[in-house]
Design a protein around this ligand. Sequence first.
Ligand SMILES: [Zn+2]
Length: 315
Amino acid sequence: MYIGIDIGGTTIKGVLTNGDGDMLAFKKIPTGKTPSEIENCLIELIRALSAARGQGPSAVRAIGVGSAGSIDRTRGMVLTSPNIPALQKFPLIKTIERRTGVRAFLENDATVAVIGEWWKGAGRKYSNWIMLTLGTGIGGGVVIENRVYTGQSGSAMEVGHTSIDYRGRRCPCGGTGCLELYASATGLMRYARSVIGKHSGSSLTARIKKEKLDPRMIEEEALRGDALSLHIYTQVSTWLGIGVANLVNIFNPEAIVFGGGLSRAHRLIFPVVKKTVHERVMAGLDHNVKYLIIRDQEKAPALGAARMAMDALIK
Ligand SMILES: [Zn+2]
């Protein structure tokens, strides 16, 4: 059996799986605030997962951990993590190994999410595909010839920080016109706020007098035919399409798998992205490109972390 753990800013999720990727148990707990709280959360989660099959941690062959932020795999440590500051410089892997007696391995969250989709998700059927996560920012991953490509130090596919406008907004990363400033959930909200006051007849404008604006509300009003809400999604999807067109020109993928909160609105997003990609890529490159969404967003990264640990053990 293997355990995979996905450490996020608000929840830590874990799965227990066998070598074939059959999920034997799934559990989640809120992320602790201090290093010792996080340590206790992790140990509790590992114990609960192995107990789900009536066993202790010693029945687990390896534990894989995916974490947000930049990581040092060899030292098993998170170097910087804006969303989980308590993890910074914390000896994560050493601590897990010391307290459970099980070998553990660290990878970044985007990579384990791709591995999860590659192993058991939408990417299973394809050899060359891209994953894009549309959340607070935009994350990415790529599978080339059936192998997850991670680059020199594991940081490949920072798609959110590729530029779609060299005169555009300044990004905290130091770049200008980064895709995630426009086409993430954050970008959608920013654009919505900039146009919302200018359209008095809109049902969205009426709703925000009583409710707090969020991407879901804009999606609901767009699906009901509100022109302003449709315009917001069309604009954001056009920006996203420009970024996707660049990726299609570079990778010539068979499929693009979308995840993250904003991918819920795929019925609004996909048609515009496809049209924009078609207008911008080299002729024929977008033929037969499949647009898919992650089936099980909650479990895929943890499952990918388990597979990563399985492979690391063999190496
Ligand atoms: Zn940037």
